[in-house]
Design a protein around this ligand. Structure first.
Ligand code: SF4
Length: 365
């Protein structure tokens, strides 16, 4: 039996909702989502970007549907995408029905942006139920209902949760339960508070997101901190990292967050030291070169890249493979044993050779 990796807190058991070929919530693995940036009307470009996202490990993709023409592109996109497609609808309830008819796996509706949304809930619930399509009630700080903004003064965690719980109750009154919820805010502190409150209120599967998180560096930090806090407490069933960067980057960050928390199998993991005054090798370049040289591996493998022998043998012992550098040489470790010492300019090629040899002996990932 493979060892089950430890997690900080067991996941809260939520309702399991089918989203096309995936499930969200319950005992389903936590999925990673992203959103295309191409005009949805450009079907080829959108499908190309979905293919890139799929290759990067994206589980579910969302596409924007701002116009009738975008809605008309949905049937082909939904049919040809390898991963479930969620239509993102604001303002126009008619497009919700178009997306359901188009064969989308799910539809994200933003109650704050659909006028007279509450009047439409029964019809939406029936259409979605008949078609086996899931929904996401996607509440967003930037588009909260005016009545709640007036009540709370600004989009507080309480306001986001009140909006979400109210909309959820409307769908549930119509006997519809196949939906998840998000309560996104650009401030991780408010966002974390909102999701914690929401998690206490029901068993809905929760889609985590820090909205408008910012450019890659800031957005990565905000998302990692917020998701780490929630997922570490067992809250969250699917995640979307929002970055002002190509969507493939969102997927990479999302997967890395899950891997860091043992919620996804770790693939290539480089354990490299930060370097210090003792280092006798350029650790940064060495670690980057090893990462680049091993990125094609699809099996979980841990490689220690250490600048000297202070911690090198210890880290190398815990890793599948490692190097402790110094004096123009590298001691190469496999499973904690020194197997050879090579000149510095052969460290990278030796690690790649040994990693591929170890990978060939492992079951395929
Ligand atoms: Fe410094 Fe050596 Fe530790 Fe790297 S392994 S940080 S070089 S002491």
């Amino acid at each position: 039996m493979p060892e089950v990796p430890a997690v900080i807190t067991p996941r809260k058991l939520t309702r399991k909702v089918k989203v096309g070929t995936q499930f969200v919530g319950g005992d389903a693995p936590i999925t990673v989502q992203s959103m295309t940036t191409t005009p949805t009307t450009d079907i080829n470009a959108t499908l190309q970007q979905i293919a890139e996202l799929t290759a990067a490990g994206c589980d579910i993709v969302r596409v924007a549907v701002p116009s009738r023409d975008d809605a008309e592109a949905l049937p082909i996109i939904a049919k040809k995408s390898q991963i479930p497609v969620i239509a993102d609808i604001h303002f126009q309830p008619n497009y919700v029905f178009a997306a359901i008819d188009a064969g989308c796996a799910a539809v994200r509706v933003n109650p704050g942006n659909i006028r007279k949304f509450d009047d439409q809930v029964g019809a939406i619930a029936k259409a979605a139920s008949d078609a086996g399509v899931a929904l996401r009630i996607g509440v967003n700080a930037g588009s909260l209902e005016p009545s709640l903004l007036q009540k709370y003064g600004k989009p507080t965690a309480e306001a986001l949760v009140e909006s979400a719980v109210w909309e959820a109750s409307l769908f549930e009154e119509h006997g519809f339960h196949e939906f998840g919820i998000s309560v996104k805010h650009n401030d991780p502190v408010v966002m974390v508070k909102a999701y914690r409150m929401l998690s206490e209120r029901g068993d809905w599967p929760l889609h985590l997101g820090v909205t408008e998180a910012g450019p890659a560096f800031q957005g990565t930090i905000k998302s990692a901190v917020a998701f780490g806090s929630l997922l570490g407490d067992g809250i969250g069933d699917t995640i979307r990292v929002s970055l002002s960067a190509p969507p493939v980057e969102e997927v990479k960050v999302g997967l890395a967050i899950l891997q860091s928390l043992n919620l996804r199998e770790r693939r290539l993991e480089i354990v490299s030291c930060p370097s210090c005054g003792r280092a006798q090798v350029d650790v940064y370049t060495l670690a980057d070169s090893v990462q680049e040289g091993l990125k094609h591996l699809t099996v979980p493998i841990r490689v220690a890249v250490m600048g000297c022998i202070v911690n090198g043998p210890g880290e190398a012992r815990e890793a599948d493979l490692g190097v402790a550098s110094g004096n123009g040489k590298g001691q190469i470790f496999v499973k904690g044993e020194v197997i050879k010492t090579v000149p510095e300019d052969q460290i990278v090629e030796t690690l790649i050779f040994e990693a591929e040899r170890i990978a060939a002996e492992m079951p395929p990932g």
